[in-house]
Design a binder for this molecule. Structure first.
Ligand code: C2R
Length: 181
């Protein structure tokens, strides 16, 4: 059907520009925080389960096709022997942000150390452990995409301002009672 005169055609649907990958479905409770943050900022994204250890061929397939499919940043969450972000970074030139997922026994210190010891030449930007890390990975991806997108930069700015306002509100809610020591 031809659009009626004077009516603007709807904007073309944008495919995902951030790929959130995780080593297991058990990482989802942590990694969904990244998806929520990207959703809040209106950034199209996809969430996939890929494991360098358990499904290396699938991991290679996903990562090596990401750029061609329009993905611009990869967020990779993994726990324990968390090699997924490093392997992803080895197979693409897109920026990769690792999120250390808390593990059962070592609570994520193992995941963190697995990610921050990449050999020179294979960059992985590593976020904080757990949910905070997932949120920050999304915000960092937004800042990367915002380098040449003023509208997105404005959304990130508004989010930052809202955060600051929350702190002020919390302070106000504490009351103004002066405490003596
Ligand atoms: P299960 O709960 O499935 O046993 O997974 C996952 O990210 C998860 O945190 C336990 C943990 O194993 C991690 N995993 C990796 C990789 N694949 C799975 N670190 C990888 O390729 O790096």
């Amino acid at each position: 059907m031809t659009p009626r005169k004077g009516r603007r055609a709807p904007p073309p649907a944008r495919g995902p520009v951030v790929g959130i990958i995780m080593g297991s479905g058990s990482d989802r409770p942590i990694m969904e925080a990244a998806a929520e943050m990207l959703g809040e900022l209106g950034i199209p994204h996809e969430v996939r389960i890929v494991s360098a250890h358990r499904a290396p061929d699938w991991t290679f397939e996903y990562v090596s096709s990401a750029e061609r499919r329009g993905i611009r940043v990869i967020i990779a969450g993994a726990g324990g022997a968390a090699h997924l972000p490093g392997v992803a970074a080895a197979k693409t030139v897109l920026p990769v942000i690792g999120v250390p997922v808390p593990s059962e026994h070592l609570k994520g210190l193992d995941s963190l150390l697995s990610m921050v010891q990449m050999p020179g030449g294979v960059p992985v930007a590593v976020s904080a452990i757990g949910r905070a890390g997932a949120i920050n990975a999304a915000l960092l991806a937004a800042r990367m995409l915002g380098i040449d997108d003023a509208v997105l930069r404005e959304r990130v700015r508004r989010h930052q301002a809202a955060l600051a306002q929350k702190v002020r509100d919390a302070d106000r809610a504490e009351g103004t009672t002066a405490e003596s020591t």
